[in-house]
Design a protein around this ligand. Structure first.
Ligand SMILES: [Ca+2]
Length: 457
């Protein structure tokens, strides 16, 4: 048993490492400091319905794929990369978000050796040490970027410490972004350094989604998970192209609480925030839309024992801090409320390597058809790789594809290439890695492929 008490404001964690996993402590501390600590997922961009009580199958003995991360673009390293995105409809280059407050791009070629600085707002970002959940945390291109040149970023400011969602504009098609073009859409006070969420993505509906953690500390100390008068502990959905009232964004008319006045960073209010798409999250750090189905898959970083993969539907409540995974919280308690709460479709236990779940994309590539339609995930604390998919009966099946992955690397975010292949960034090493897949028929989860290029350090 290993116990991790994550999400303390200082980013310090108490861990009792498993002797069989050298380095666990370091890896978990690193991971938890960044994402650790956060529950829930929310929001479904497509309206795809799922059962309120998912049926979960966690293991089977069928032929399974194994997976590993192989170093890609070996001539390139970045400064604490946390995002890997593309311009809509363009596979010619990657953009890398760095936690220190910069965006760089490079030509998508295996031997790429240089990257170009496109935006530097590091002076506006709270000092982001490597093992700190604050910093520059997310970036998303407007779906009509080719026409309007706009991107959106999510970062944590200092004095006061707030999460900020801003728009920046490019006048040269994305070669650079003007730091003076910043339009602040939203700011949210952050009572503690951890659980900031940080991801941004446009749904197939054209709206901008964001995830916020519960405000930090531990045990939902600030009681935001179930509090509907704050966007903390929520998935939100806004329209950056319109304005509602005095807000710098619009409220989509079909949001669950669309008729309520917009939320403000510090305002006391009695009605649910109209920005909310789903609630009951702890720290929805990484999540993505399945471009084929529109499903929104959210990895919600949990506290003690059960990391969550959630499939988000409009208005659903994902339970934090009443539930953790498919269990009552606090761990070991019984008889908790379940009515009106939606459990995750899959969970990753602490003893399996769950510390800071990192949801990737639903694989839609062609190089490994046996993984088609599977949500790929990893964990920043253990490097474990797994997938979730629906079987023929509609049950959700979680499979662990690699339990021997390199826990030292701290993969914190995925990127989806134009051809559907999947990549991940290493916060710790500053490197980019491609998900390499193979097939094993041994039914065991301990057989892993050796990365094509060993990871150093
Ligand atoms: Ca939950």
């Amino acid at each position: 048993m290993s116990r991790l008490t994550d999400c303390i404001g200082t980013g310090e964690y108490e861990v009792r490492p498993r002797s069989a996993v050298p380095g666990w402590l370091l890896a978990v501390v690193a991971a938890a400091a960044l994402h650790g600590c956060g529950p829930g997922g929310t929001g479904d961009g497509s309206g795809t319905a799922i059962d309120a009580t998912p049926v979960m199958v966690t293991a089977d003995a069928q032929t399974r794929a194994t997976a590993s991360f192989a170093r890609a673009y070996p001539k390139l390293t970045f400064d604490q990369p946390i995002a890997l995105v593309r311009r809509p409809g363009d596979g010619s280059r990657w953009y890398v978000g760095e936690k220190t407050g910069r965006i760089r791009w490079f030509v998508d070629s295996p031997d790429a050796s240089t990257s170009t600085l496109a935006l530097d707002i590091s002076s506006r970002v709270v000092n982001p040490e490597t093992f700190d959940e604050r910093g520059f945390l997310g970036v998303a291109f407007h779906p009509k970027f080719a026409q309007n040149g706009k991107i959106y970023v999510n970062y944590v400011t200092s004095r006061p410490e707030r999460s900020r969602i801003s728009e920046f504009a490019s006048n040269d098609g994305g070669d650079s972004f003007d730091p003076a073009s910043e339009r602040i859409l939203m700011e949210v006070n952050q009572p503690a350094s951890n659980h900031n969420g940080g991801n941004l993505a446009f749904g197939p509906d054209g709206y901008l989604y964001a995830g916020f953690g519960d405000g930090g500390a531990a045990d939902d100390y600030y009681q935001n998970g179930q509090r509907m008068t704050t966007v903390l502990g929520k998935m939100i959905r806004i329209d950056p192209d319109t304005r509602t009232g005095k807000a710098q964004y619009g409220i989509p008319g079909d949001n669950p609480f669309a008729d309520n006045p917009v939320c403000r960073a510090t305002a006391n209010r009695s009605t649910a925030c109209p920005e909310i798409w789903a609630s009951g999250m702890r720290n929805p750090w990484r999540w993505n839309f399945d471009l084929e189905t529109g499903d929104l898959w959210v990895g919600d970083v949990m506290q003690d024992n059960y990391e969550e993969i959630n499939l988000i539907t409009k208005g659903a409540n994902y339970g934090w801090p009443i539930r953790q995974g498919t269990h009552c919280f606090p761990t070991g308690s019984t008889g908790c409320r379940t009515a009106g709460l939606t459990d995750p479709v899959a969970e990753l236990l602490r003893d399996e390597g769950g510390a800071s779940i990192i949801a990737g994309y639903v694989y839609r590539g062609s190089q490994t058809p046996e993984l088609n339609g599977r949500l790929i995930f990893t964990d920043a604390g253990s490097g474990i790789i797994g997938s979730v998919h629906r079987d023929a009966q509609g049950n959700f099946v979680r499979e662990l594809l690699n339990t021997n992955a390199d826990y030292r690397v701290s993969y914190v975010s995925f990127g989806e290439a134009a051809d559907g292949e999947m990549y991940a960034v290493s916060l710790r090493n500053g490197t980019i890695h491609k998900l390499i897949l193979g097939v094993s028929s041994d039914g065991g989860t301990k057989t892993a492929l050796t990365p094509a290029t060993p990871v150093s350090g």
